[in-house]
Write a protein that binds this ligand. Structure first.
Ligand code: G3H
Ligand code: 13P
Ligand code: ZN
Length: 331
Protein backbone atom coordinates (compact mmCIF):
# COMPACT_ATOMS: atom_id res chain seq x y z
CA UNK A 1 0.00 0.00 0.00
CA UNK A 2 1.27 3.46 -0.90
CA UNK A 3 2.16 5.98 1.82
CA UNK A 4 1.64 9.68 1.14
CA UNK A 5 4.11 12.10 2.68
CA UNK A 6 1.12 14.08 3.89
CA UNK A 7 0.27 11.27 6.32
CA UNK A 8 3.78 11.60 7.75
CA UNK A 9 3.48 15.36 8.39
CA UNK A 10 6.09 16.20 5.74
CA UNK A 11 5.79 19.03 3.20
CA UNK A 12 6.92 19.42 -0.40
CA UNK A 13 9.31 22.17 -1.51
CA UNK A 14 6.89 24.41 -3.38
CA UNK A 15 5.96 27.04 -0.81
CA UNK A 16 9.30 26.78 0.94
CA UNK A 17 11.23 27.60 -2.24
CA UNK A 18 8.91 30.44 -3.25
CA UNK A 19 9.49 32.08 0.14
CA UNK A 20 13.24 31.46 0.03
CA UNK A 21 13.69 32.96 -3.45
CA UNK A 22 11.64 36.00 -2.44
CA UNK A 23 13.38 36.34 0.92
CA UNK A 24 16.93 35.96 -0.38
CA UNK A 25 17.95 32.90 1.62
CA UNK A 26 18.47 29.19 0.91
CA UNK A 27 16.97 26.07 2.48
CA UNK A 28 19.55 23.62 3.85
CA UNK A 29 19.44 20.18 2.23
CA UNK A 30 21.31 17.85 4.54
CA UNK A 31 21.93 14.20 3.59
CA UNK A 32 21.30 11.60 6.26
CA UNK A 33 22.08 7.91 6.65
CA UNK A 34 21.84 7.43 10.39
CA UNK A 35 19.60 8.22 13.34
CA UNK A 36 22.25 10.50 14.83
CA UNK A 37 22.36 12.63 11.67
CA UNK A 38 18.57 12.85 11.68
CA UNK A 39 18.51 13.90 15.34
CA UNK A 40 21.20 16.53 14.79
CA UNK A 41 19.38 17.95 11.75
CA UNK A 42 16.07 18.17 13.63
CA UNK A 43 17.63 19.72 16.74
CA UNK A 44 19.41 22.32 14.61
CA UNK A 45 16.30 23.14 12.56
CA UNK A 46 14.12 23.47 15.66
CA UNK A 47 16.62 25.61 17.58
CA UNK A 48 17.03 27.98 14.65
CA UNK A 49 13.38 27.86 13.53
CA UNK A 50 14.45 26.85 10.04
CA UNK A 51 12.70 24.84 7.36
CA UNK A 52 14.86 21.89 6.34
CA UNK A 53 15.26 19.29 3.61
CA UNK A 54 16.38 15.85 4.78
CA UNK A 55 17.73 14.01 1.80
CA UNK A 56 18.40 10.39 1.09
CA UNK A 57 20.65 9.10 -1.69
CA UNK A 58 20.39 5.74 -3.40
CA UNK A 59 23.47 4.78 -1.37
CA UNK A 60 21.70 5.81 1.86
CA UNK A 61 18.73 3.61 0.94
CA UNK A 62 21.08 0.72 0.29
CA UNK A 63 22.88 1.32 3.59
CA UNK A 64 19.97 1.97 5.94
CA UNK A 65 16.92 0.58 4.09
CA UNK A 66 14.23 2.80 2.55
CA UNK A 67 11.54 1.82 5.04
CA UNK A 68 13.75 2.68 7.98
CA UNK A 69 14.73 6.07 6.51
CA UNK A 70 11.09 6.94 5.77
CA UNK A 71 10.18 6.13 9.34
CA UNK A 72 13.12 8.19 10.60
CA UNK A 73 11.70 11.11 8.61
CA UNK A 74 8.28 10.50 10.14
CA UNK A 75 9.99 10.40 13.51
CA UNK A 76 11.78 13.63 12.63
CA UNK A 77 8.46 15.47 12.34
CA UNK A 78 7.22 14.07 15.63
CA UNK A 79 10.56 14.75 17.32
CA UNK A 80 10.54 18.36 16.09
CA UNK A 81 7.10 18.81 17.66
CA UNK A 82 8.29 17.20 20.88
CA UNK A 83 11.17 19.70 20.91
CA UNK A 84 8.62 22.51 20.84
CA UNK A 85 8.23 23.31 17.15
CA UNK A 86 4.49 23.53 16.50
CA UNK A 87 4.62 23.49 12.72
CA UNK A 88 7.85 21.93 11.45
CA UNK A 89 8.57 22.33 7.74
CA UNK A 90 10.47 19.16 6.88
CA UNK A 91 10.91 17.74 3.38
CA UNK A 92 11.96 14.14 2.70
CA UNK A 93 13.83 14.30 -0.61
CA UNK A 94 15.42 11.68 -2.85
CA UNK A 95 18.92 12.88 -3.77
CA UNK A 96 20.26 11.94 -7.23
CA UNK A 97 17.50 9.58 -8.29
CA UNK A 98 18.84 7.83 -11.36
CA UNK A 99 15.73 6.19 -12.79
CA UNK A 100 11.97 6.65 -13.10
CA UNK A 101 11.46 3.46 -11.11
CA UNK A 102 13.50 4.68 -8.13
CA UNK A 103 11.68 8.03 -8.12
CA UNK A 104 8.29 6.27 -8.34
CA UNK A 105 9.20 3.99 -5.47
CA UNK A 106 10.08 6.99 -3.30
CA UNK A 107 6.95 8.92 -4.35
CA UNK A 108 4.83 5.87 -3.48
CA UNK A 109 6.58 5.51 -0.15
CA UNK A 110 6.40 8.80 1.68
CA UNK A 111 8.90 11.10 -0.05
CA UNK A 112 7.62 14.64 -0.58
CA UNK A 113 10.25 15.57 -3.17
CA UNK A 114 12.51 13.72 -5.60
CA UNK A 115 15.48 14.55 -7.73
CA UNK A 116 15.78 12.92 -11.11
CA UNK A 117 19.37 13.24 -12.18
CA UNK A 118 19.59 12.81 -15.93
CA UNK A 119 22.42 15.31 -16.18
CA UNK A 120 24.78 12.70 -17.67
CA UNK A 121 22.30 11.84 -20.44
CA UNK A 122 22.08 13.49 -23.86
CA UNK A 123 19.85 16.60 -23.58
CA UNK A 124 16.68 15.14 -25.15
CA UNK A 125 16.90 12.02 -22.98
CA UNK A 126 17.34 14.16 -19.87
CA UNK A 127 14.22 16.15 -20.86
CA UNK A 128 12.16 13.00 -21.51
CA UNK A 129 13.16 11.31 -18.26
CA UNK A 130 12.57 14.40 -16.12
CA UNK A 131 9.18 14.99 -17.80
CA UNK A 132 8.11 11.41 -17.07
CA UNK A 133 9.01 11.76 -13.39
CA UNK A 134 7.28 15.16 -13.13
CA UNK A 135 4.08 13.79 -14.69
CA UNK A 136 3.98 10.99 -12.14
CA UNK A 137 5.09 13.07 -9.12
CA UNK A 138 2.69 15.94 -9.66
CA UNK A 139 -0.32 13.63 -9.41
CA UNK A 140 0.62 13.28 -5.74
CA UNK A 141 1.82 16.86 -5.07
CA UNK A 142 5.41 15.67 -4.92
CA UNK A 143 7.92 18.24 -6.18
CA UNK A 144 10.71 17.39 -8.62
CA UNK A 145 14.29 18.66 -8.94
CA UNK A 146 16.05 18.04 -12.25
CA UNK A 147 19.62 18.84 -13.29
CA UNK A 148 21.25 20.48 -16.27
CA UNK A 149 25.01 20.57 -16.57
CA UNK A 150 27.37 18.05 -15.00
CA UNK A 151 29.35 18.55 -11.80
CA UNK A 152 32.98 17.52 -11.75
CA UNK A 153 33.75 14.42 -9.74
CA UNK A 154 31.35 11.71 -8.77
CA UNK A 155 27.58 12.20 -8.54
CA UNK A 156 26.62 8.97 -6.86
CA UNK A 157 27.08 6.53 -9.71
CA UNK A 158 27.08 9.30 -12.28
CA UNK A 159 30.69 10.04 -13.04
CA UNK A 160 31.90 12.94 -15.12
CA UNK A 161 35.45 13.21 -16.35
CA UNK A 162 35.27 16.97 -16.43
CA UNK A 163 32.95 19.73 -15.37
CA UNK A 164 30.33 20.92 -17.82
CA UNK A 165 28.76 24.13 -16.65
CA UNK A 166 25.04 24.58 -17.23
CA UNK A 167 24.32 26.30 -20.54
CA UNK A 168 22.02 29.27 -19.83
CA UNK A 169 20.60 29.04 -23.35
CA UNK A 170 19.06 25.65 -22.48
CA UNK A 171 17.32 26.44 -19.19
CA UNK A 172 14.06 27.93 -20.48
CA UNK A 173 13.44 25.03 -22.86
CA UNK A 174 14.39 22.50 -20.17
CA UNK A 175 12.24 23.97 -17.39
CA UNK A 176 9.25 24.51 -19.69
CA UNK A 177 9.28 21.09 -21.32
CA UNK A 178 9.98 19.07 -18.18
CA UNK A 179 7.72 21.04 -15.82
CA UNK A 180 10.29 20.53 -13.05
CA UNK A 181 9.87 22.53 -9.83
CA UNK A 182 13.55 23.33 -9.33
CA UNK A 183 16.74 23.12 -11.33
CA UNK A 184 20.15 21.94 -10.14
CA UNK A 185 22.93 23.70 -12.00
CA UNK A 186 26.65 23.33 -12.45
CA UNK A 187 28.66 26.50 -11.77
CA UNK A 188 31.87 25.16 -10.28
CA UNK A 189 30.91 23.10 -7.26
CA UNK A 190 31.56 19.36 -7.05
CA UNK A 191 30.85 16.51 -4.67
CA UNK A 192 33.06 15.23 -1.88
CA UNK A 193 35.80 16.66 0.31
CA UNK A 194 38.34 17.17 -2.48
CA UNK A 195 36.75 19.74 -4.75
CA UNK A 196 39.93 21.46 -5.91
CA UNK A 197 43.58 20.58 -6.14
CA UNK A 198 46.01 22.94 -4.37
CA UNK A 199 47.32 23.84 -7.83
CA UNK A 200 43.90 25.27 -8.74
CA UNK A 201 43.90 27.49 -5.63
CA UNK A 202 45.60 30.75 -4.68
CA UNK A 203 47.45 31.06 -1.38
CA UNK A 204 45.98 34.01 0.57
CA UNK A 205 47.34 34.61 4.10
CA UNK A 206 48.37 30.97 4.35
CA UNK A 207 44.94 29.69 3.24
CA UNK A 208 44.29 27.96 -0.09
CA UNK A 209 41.45 29.85 -1.77
CA UNK A 210 39.73 28.06 -4.65
CA UNK A 211 38.58 29.79 -7.84
CA UNK A 212 35.21 31.55 -7.45
CA UNK A 213 31.94 30.00 -8.57
CA UNK A 214 30.66 31.10 -11.98
CA UNK A 215 28.30 33.80 -10.69
CA UNK A 216 28.05 35.18 -14.24
CA UNK A 217 26.39 31.95 -15.39
CA UNK A 218 24.10 32.00 -12.37
CA UNK A 219 23.08 35.58 -13.20
CA UNK A 220 22.31 34.61 -16.79
CA UNK A 221 20.19 31.68 -15.63
CA UNK A 222 18.29 33.95 -13.21
CA UNK A 223 17.66 36.40 -15.99
CA UNK A 224 16.25 33.66 -18.25
CA UNK A 225 14.10 32.12 -15.49
CA UNK A 226 13.18 34.94 -13.10
CA UNK A 227 12.22 33.63 -9.67
CA UNK A 228 12.72 29.98 -10.64
CA UNK A 229 14.19 27.88 -7.78
CA UNK A 230 17.82 26.98 -8.40
CA UNK A 231 19.72 24.26 -6.52
CA UNK A 232 23.44 23.99 -5.73
CA UNK A 233 24.91 20.55 -5.20
CA UNK A 234 28.40 19.89 -3.90
CA UNK A 235 28.24 22.78 -1.44
CA UNK A 236 30.26 21.56 1.50
CA UNK A 237 32.90 24.03 2.61
CA UNK A 238 35.16 21.33 4.12
CA UNK A 239 35.94 23.11 7.44
CA UNK A 240 39.69 23.05 7.92
CA UNK A 241 39.44 22.67 11.69
CA UNK A 242 37.56 19.39 11.22
CA UNK A 243 40.11 18.22 8.65
CA UNK A 244 42.91 19.11 11.10
CA UNK A 245 41.21 17.17 13.92
CA UNK A 246 40.77 14.14 11.68
CA UNK A 247 44.43 14.25 10.67
CA UNK A 248 45.61 14.90 14.24
CA UNK A 249 43.84 11.80 15.53
CA UNK A 250 45.03 9.28 12.99
CA UNK A 251 43.17 10.25 9.83
CA UNK A 252 44.71 11.00 6.48
CA UNK A 253 42.89 13.63 4.48
CA UNK A 254 45.28 15.34 2.14
CA UNK A 255 44.38 18.62 0.48
CA UNK A 256 40.69 18.54 1.34
CA UNK A 257 39.32 21.81 -0.04
CA UNK A 258 35.68 22.98 -0.24
CA UNK A 259 33.58 25.94 -1.35
CA UNK A 260 34.27 29.08 0.72
CA UNK A 261 31.25 29.93 2.86
CA UNK A 262 31.16 33.55 1.66
CA UNK A 263 30.44 32.24 -1.83
CA UNK A 264 27.61 30.09 -0.55
CA UNK A 265 26.21 33.03 1.42
CA UNK A 266 26.32 35.13 -1.75
CA UNK A 267 24.57 32.39 -3.76
CA UNK A 268 21.90 32.06 -1.05
CA UNK A 269 20.85 35.64 -1.64
CA UNK A 270 20.10 34.85 -5.30
CA UNK A 271 17.59 32.43 -6.84
CA UNK A 272 19.64 29.61 -5.31
CA UNK A 273 17.13 28.36 -2.73
CA UNK A 274 18.46 24.87 -1.93
CA UNK A 275 22.04 24.15 -0.91
CA UNK A 276 23.19 20.53 -0.60
CA UNK A 277 25.58 19.62 2.19
CA UNK A 278 26.72 16.09 2.93
CA UNK A 279 30.51 15.94 3.22
CA UNK A 280 30.65 18.55 6.02
CA UNK A 281 28.43 16.32 8.13
CA UNK A 282 30.67 13.34 7.43
CA UNK A 283 33.71 15.38 8.44
CA UNK A 284 32.08 16.67 11.65
CA UNK A 285 31.05 13.15 12.63
CA UNK A 286 34.40 11.57 11.82
CA UNK A 287 36.42 14.30 13.56
CA UNK A 288 34.44 13.95 16.79
CA UNK A 289 34.60 10.15 16.76
CA UNK A 290 38.33 10.05 15.99
CA UNK A 291 39.07 12.51 18.78
CA UNK A 292 36.87 10.66 21.27
CA UNK A 293 38.37 7.27 20.39
CA UNK A 294 41.92 8.58 20.70
CA UNK A 295 41.23 10.26 24.04
CA UNK A 296 39.20 7.40 25.50
CA UNK A 297 40.84 4.21 24.28
CA UNK A 298 39.10 2.01 26.84
CA UNK A 299 35.54 3.05 25.88
CA UNK A 300 33.50 0.80 23.62
CA UNK A 301 29.87 1.86 24.10
CA UNK A 302 28.80 3.45 20.78
CA UNK A 303 26.65 5.96 22.68
CA UNK A 304 29.80 7.40 24.22
CA UNK A 305 31.35 8.38 20.90
CA UNK A 306 28.16 8.96 18.90
CA UNK A 307 27.01 11.60 21.39
CA UNK A 308 29.88 14.03 20.71
CA UNK A 309 29.56 13.16 17.00
CA UNK A 310 25.90 14.19 17.07
CA UNK A 311 26.75 17.36 19.01
CA UNK A 312 29.44 18.31 16.51
CA UNK A 313 27.09 17.79 13.54
CA UNK A 314 24.38 19.82 15.24
CA UNK A 315 26.83 22.69 15.78
CA UNK A 316 27.81 22.55 12.11
CA UNK A 317 24.17 22.49 10.91
CA UNK A 318 23.30 25.49 13.12
CA UNK A 319 26.31 27.38 11.78
CA UNK A 320 25.27 26.74 8.17
CA UNK A 321 21.66 27.76 8.80
CA UNK A 322 22.44 30.95 10.72
CA UNK A 323 25.74 32.17 9.27
CA UNK A 324 25.72 30.90 5.69
CA UNK A 325 22.26 30.16 4.28
CA UNK A 326 20.18 32.57 6.37
CA UNK A 327 17.19 30.23 6.75
CA UNK A 328 16.82 30.82 10.50
CA UNK A 329 13.56 32.29 11.83
CA UNK A 330 11.75 31.50 8.58
CA UNK A 331 9.07 29.12 9.90
O1 G3H B 1 25.76 13.76 -3.87
C1 G3H B 1 26.03 12.75 -3.24
C2 G3H B 1 25.73 12.70 -1.80
O2 G3H B 1 26.80 13.22 -1.07
C3 G3H B 1 25.35 11.30 -1.38
O3 G3H B 1 26.45 10.48 -1.36
O4 G3H B 1 25.79 8.37 -2.54
O5 G3H B 1 27.65 8.39 -0.87
O6 G3H B 1 25.27 8.63 -0.15
P1 G3H B 1 26.29 8.87 -1.23
P1 13P C 1 28.98 17.76 -0.77
O1 13P C 1 29.76 16.53 -1.09
O2 13P C 1 29.72 19.00 -1.16
O3 13P C 1 28.52 17.80 0.64
O4 13P C 1 27.66 17.74 -1.70
C1 13P C 1 26.51 17.03 -1.32
C2 13P C 1 25.50 16.94 -2.41
O5 13P C 1 25.52 17.64 -3.40
C3 13P C 1 24.42 15.95 -2.23
O6 13P C 1 23.60 15.85 -3.35
ZN1 ZN D 1 24.59 16.19 -5.21
Amino acid sequence: MATSYKELGLVNTKEMFAKAVKGGYAIPAFNFNTMEQMQAIVMAAVETKSPVIMQVSKGARNYANGTILRNLAKGAVEYAKELGCENPQIVLHLDHGDSFELCKDCIDNGFSSVMIDGSHLPYEENVALAKKVVEYAHQFDVTVEAELGVLAGVEDEVSAAESHYTKPEEVIDFATRTGCDSLAISIGTSHGAHKFTPAQCTLVNGVLVPPPLAFDILAEIEQKLPGFPIVLHGSSSVPQDEVATINKFGGKLDAAIGIPEEQLAKASKSAVCKINIDSDSRLAMTAAIRQYMAENPSHFDPRQYLKPARENMKKMYIHKIVNVLGSDNKL
